[in-house]
Design a binder for this molecule. Structure first.
Ligand SMILES: *Cc1c(COP(=O)(O)O)cnc(C)c1O
Length: 366
């Protein structure tokens, strides 16, 4: 028997399951399971990535100045308080590494993003799950769950996988009500999908206890490159920059992300296309008896009558080459999360769900 054991907490982690991308024996598959941008990245980002191919032997920038300045310029922020990471997942992990740990509590919501719990456990901390109210973040419940051990409070706004969002006033109430040792982490992975929303940047600037995380994986269409960023008060940046690896983001990633954030015309185009197709998709699904909450993101959380119906529909969609995301592990067993694809994909989804509702699965799948 080996005596080699990991730190306490590690074996409590259920490894993260990414969205599936293949169905055995089915061709012409459409992947709508990971909230990727169906329009892909900006052409300027692709060109910048290709140019970076000429200097692969060089180590990347350690201070990420070019990308930080571009983000600061586009969003009107202070470049000195921006940190870049290998996806926002790395920022989440750095926050846990730096602020959580044995004896400290990390709050996340009932249907919150899986990486909060994983990163908290990886740091040896205690994850604390707080109920939502009908799939919406409940600020009162979060505040009631705070103790003198609360180190971090994670909430995505808009949230994944629910797609719902709470108001700036509610978020401010949360930040104001936290105990003095707690840091609020506002995950803005879908912030760019909300017209006119700053992701919480102004709250970060007004306070000492709020950090915002953002990503290039969603609207910017660069999930394969792994680039994210965070914005926080000076004291938090000082801490995170001590923990961060010097070469944590590749040069190709930095260059592509810089071009992507500067191409605001493409981002605007993607936001508008997504908003139009999202309304079309959720309306069409509602008409065939599959309701969803109003989504502020690039996905729709489709609600079925039961877990069995959701599972059955998922199987039928798979048989049609349509991969969506079952969310039972997010305490939503009767739901399927469907990324808003291009028009053809949305039409295929609605067609297949209608077939399923009409009993097509009895004939073809069973
Ligand atoms: C997709 C997503 C992320 C982004 O992760 P990256 O590591 O930046 O790709 C972060 N938070 C939420 C809520 C997400 O849905």
């Amino acid at each position: 028997m080996t005596q080699i054991t990991p730190q306490p907490g590690i074996m409590d982690i259920a490894a993260y399951q990414g969205g599936a991308s293949h169905v055995a024996g089915v061709e012409n598959v459409v992947k709508l399971s990971s909230n990727e941008n169906p329009l892909g990245p900006s052409e300027k980002a692709k060109a910048a990535f290709a140019r970076a191919g000429h200097s692969l032997h060089r180590y990347p920038s350690t201070d990420h100045t070019g990308l930080r300045l571009a983000i600061a310029e586009v969003w009107g922020l202070d470049a000195a308080r921006i940190i870049c990471g290998a996806g926002s997942d790395e920022i989440i992990s750095l926050l846990c590494q730096a602020y959580a740990g044995p004896g400290r509590e990390v709050i996340h919501t009932e249907h919150g993003f899986g990486m909060y719990r994983i990163s908290a456990l990886a740091a040896g901390a205690i994850p604390v799950e707080v109920k939502e109210r009908e799939r919406v973040t409940d600020v009162g419940a979060i505040l009631a769950a705070c103790t003198d051990k609360t180190a971090l409070v994670f909430m995505a706004n808009p949230n994944n996988p629910t797609g719902t969002m709470i108001s700036a006033a509610e978020v401010e109430k949360l930040a104001t009500g936290l105990p003095p040792q707690a840091l609020l982490v506002l995950d803005g992975a879908y912030a760019e999908y909300v017209e006119g929303y700053d992701g919480g940047a102004s709250l970060v600037e007004a306070r000492e206890n709020v950090v915002m995380t953002r990503t290039f994986s969603k609207i910017y269409g660069l999930g394969g490159l792994r680039v994210g960023w965070g914005y926080g008060p000076e004291h938090v940046l000082d801490v995170l920059n001590r923990v961060r690896g010097p070469f944590n983001v590749s040069e190709a990633g930095l260059q592509a992300a810089e071009a992507a954030v500067r191409d605001t015309a493409w981002t605007d185009h993607c936001r508008k296309e997504n908003a139009a197709m999202r309304v079309w998709l959720s309306d069409a699904l509602a008409e065939i008896g599959v309701p969803s909450d109003v989504s502020c993101t690039n996905f729709v959380l489709a609600r079925f009558a039961s877990a069995a119906e959701a599972t059955g529909c998922d199987a039928h969609l798979k048989s049609q080459g349509l991969i969506v995301r079952p969310v039972a592990s997010y305490n939503l067993p009767n739901c399927l999360r469907i990324t808003v694809g291009d028009e053809a994909s949305c039409r295929r989804i609605v067609h297949a769900v209608r077939q399923f509702k009409n009993g097509a699965h009895d004939v073809s799948d069973l």
